[in-house]
Design a protein around this ligand. Sequence first.
Ligand code: KG4
Ligand code: ZN
Length: 341
Amino acid sequence: MTLLAIETSCDETSAAVVRDGRVLANVVSSQIALHAEYGGVVPELATREHLRNLVPLAQTALREARVTAKQLDALAATRGPGLPSALMVGLKAAQAMAFALRKSFLGIHHHEAHLYSPWIGGDPPVADFASFQPNVSLIVSGGHTMIVHVEAELKHRLLGSTVDDAAGECFDKVAKLIGLPYPGGPALEKLAEGGNPRAFDFPRPMLNEPSDDLSFSGLKTSVRYFLRDHPEILNDGRRLGDLCASVQAAILEVLVTKTVRTAKRLGLRCVTASGGVTCNRALRKELAAACGKNALTLRLAEKNLCTDNAAMIGILAERKMLRGDAATPLDAEIHASWDLE
Ligand code: KG4
Ligand code: ZN
């Protein structure tokens, strides 16, 4: 099966061509520079940028994959969750292409696709469903932070999610407080390198609560009050490094401890992680150390597949279509309304 997948849920426009579990092309156009001056994603600008970039990007993906539109068997696109107007661009474009080409179409849940991105790897990337194991999956980005029990392929249960800010949002907001440009996560990580993670004691919200939910807004607020009381730190490179390392340590301790604890509670042997924050080297290292200590297998999404991309949408769409359980109510509705037969 050859499939063209589209992702436009937030500020990355992406198109991918997937065939038989292989990613033949995965092109991503990031809008970070566009949104940086506003300190966050502006939905209207994101939508216009998707409109501008989507068709050229889809053409590039097809060209790189050496596939013509006529050779496609199906199209897929992220159907949510995300910024509604941004989603609409990719979803409706992919449906229109499917309609014009008389091909099948499948809408994909963005978070469900993240669950499978840790199983895609190599160069060129291939989905490794043969070694799939039931797992606890941490999805951690600027828009979402959740712990999911993946009981079997395509069968999962949300165990907990953030009750306020996402972990990436916490990185970004703290970075903004210290004057770093958006998105501040990677810059904060850089400042944290060489800093002392035990220099300042920031709260670890909900760490000791039995629930799998998470919370990060209190941590951000406590950094804000700390900086109000110690503004001189902003001009002291060494102590600023200590501050960043301490904030990062607080975020990571909550993420790592709760994920590993959940895996053990459920008697699972495998942990996976994806989403933009999974690019953080300290998170990758600490998850690896905690999983090693607890005899858990760890699968981390490769860095280019941690952030939003159409490859994960295409791989999941193909898997769903091949397994014949594609007809979620919304997809059934789309098929009915577009009458693709
Ligand atoms: O998955 P993603 O590209 O977009 C969504 O939010 O859906 O994730 C972006 C988030 C931002 O909050 C960014 O600051 C964070 O991931 N991020 C990082 C790092 N790289 C990206 N946070 C901490 N350390 C990093 N190295
Ligand atoms: Zn995402």
